[in-house]
Design a protein around this ligand. Structure first.
Ligand code: 5GP
Length: 338
């Protein structure tokens, strides 16, 4: 039996509830799992139902999971019939997320194919393997994504201020004029509009956007500059940019920061917790919806979820997560290590 132990590990990219699955041959035999769970596949002999165990689960019993081919076939069919539920494991078009960034910086990522409704890929499984970071390698890129109210910039600045030799930021480019206290290459790289547009054409930016008539963007080169100094680069971008960044070169470790929202039937709304000061009930509802949307659309790419209560505990937790990301074994797509 040992010899037949499978070496196939999959990261689930969707939530699966056997009890809601009408197609399963036996609901009791199904293996429930959540997005981000790691599944060890023990048998793939059947084309429709595989057998798998959840990694890190004390329950060692294997259960049935839909095979990739089967899951894809039925999603394709449901899509054709227009009957996909709202929470279907599909990549939602970017437009549905826009609102969640209303209070955030007025950022926009480079127009991506996500805006094209025909470009829809099914999120089913991703084959993964354990990767142990080596000190001889460049640090992994850290990508921070946050839902409404997460205030990632503040977190990022704190972490860097406490250890500027270990952590760094990619310096963005902008077309706005330099302010007297700013230095070229520190706050920004200041370039002309023509140069910026040429850089867009040459695909130098992983994302860019317009703010008050000026262009701003983050280049691949600026990320590489930080990593090549052997520093951990903290990047805070629109999650759409992950499509470009998820490569063996960067091995991004994705941290999703969401504010803790106390919603005990509204009792804690407006409590003196630092997060909810000055926020209306409507703000809090909007914040939790934003977090849900982020989880739904990008949660499958997330390595670590940080629920932010107050700034100092969030900074401490972030620092611990960042250190682990550079030292502990981690599940990554097989294509990153081959
Ligand atoms: P400021 O001109 O005050 O330095 O920055 C104004 C705004 O520019 C920021 O709040 C943010 O919305 C935008 N910005 C700064 N850096 C970047 C970047 O790298 N990419 C994008 N898309 N926007 C940025």
């Amino acid at each position: 039996d040992k010899l037949r132990e499978s070496k196939v590990f999959l990261r689930a990219l969707f939530d699966y509830t056997p009890y809601e699955d009408k197609a399963t041959p036996c609901q009791e035999a199904g293996l429930p799992f959540r997005k981000r769970n790691i599944l060890q596949v023990v048998c793939q002999e059947d084309a429709t139902w595989w057998q798998a165990k959840r990694v890190g689960d004390c329950n060692l019993r294997a259960g049935l999971i839909p095979s990739t081919q089967f899951q894809e076939r039925r999603l394709r069919y449901r899509m054709k019939m227009g009957s996909l539920p709202a929470a279907a494991p599909l990549k939602a078009p970017l437009s549905s997320l826009r609102r969640s960034f209303r209070l955030k910086k007025e950022r926009q990522s480079a127009p991506a194919e996500a805006a094209d409704p025909k470009h829809t890929e099914f999120l089913i499984y991703e084959e993964v393997t354990q990767y142990v970071p080596r000190p001889s390698e460049r640090p992994r890129l850290i990508v921070l994504i946050g839902s409404l109210g997460a205030r990632i910039n503040e977190l990022k600045q704190k972490v860097i201020a406490e250890n500027p030799r270990r952590y760094g930021l990619a310096v963005p480019h902008t077309t706005r004029t330099r302010r007297s206290y700013e230095r070229e290459g520190v706050e920004y790289h200041f370039i002309s509009k023509a140069a910026f547009e040429a850089d867009i054409q040459n695909r130098k930016f992983i994302e860019y956007g317009e703010y008050k008539d000026n262009l701003y963007g983050t280049s691949l080169e600026s990320i590489n500059r930080v990593l090549n100094q052997n520093k951990v680069c903290l990047l805070d971008v629109q999650p759409e940019a992950l499509k470009t960044l998820r490569t063996a070169e960067f091995k991004p470790y994705v941290i999703f920061v969401r504010p803790r929202i106390h919603d005990g039937q509204g009792k804690s709304f407006g409590s003196s917790s630092s997060l909810s000061v000055g926020l209306t009930e409507e703000d809090l509802v909007e914040m939790s919806q934003s977090a849900e949307r982020m989880e739904e659309c990008y949660g499958h790419w997330v390595d670590y979820v940080l629920v932010k209560e107050d700034l100092s505990s969030a900074v401490a937790e972030l620092q611990r997560a960042l250190e682990r990301a550079q030292t502990d074994p981690q599940w990554v797509p097989v294509s990153w290590v081959r």
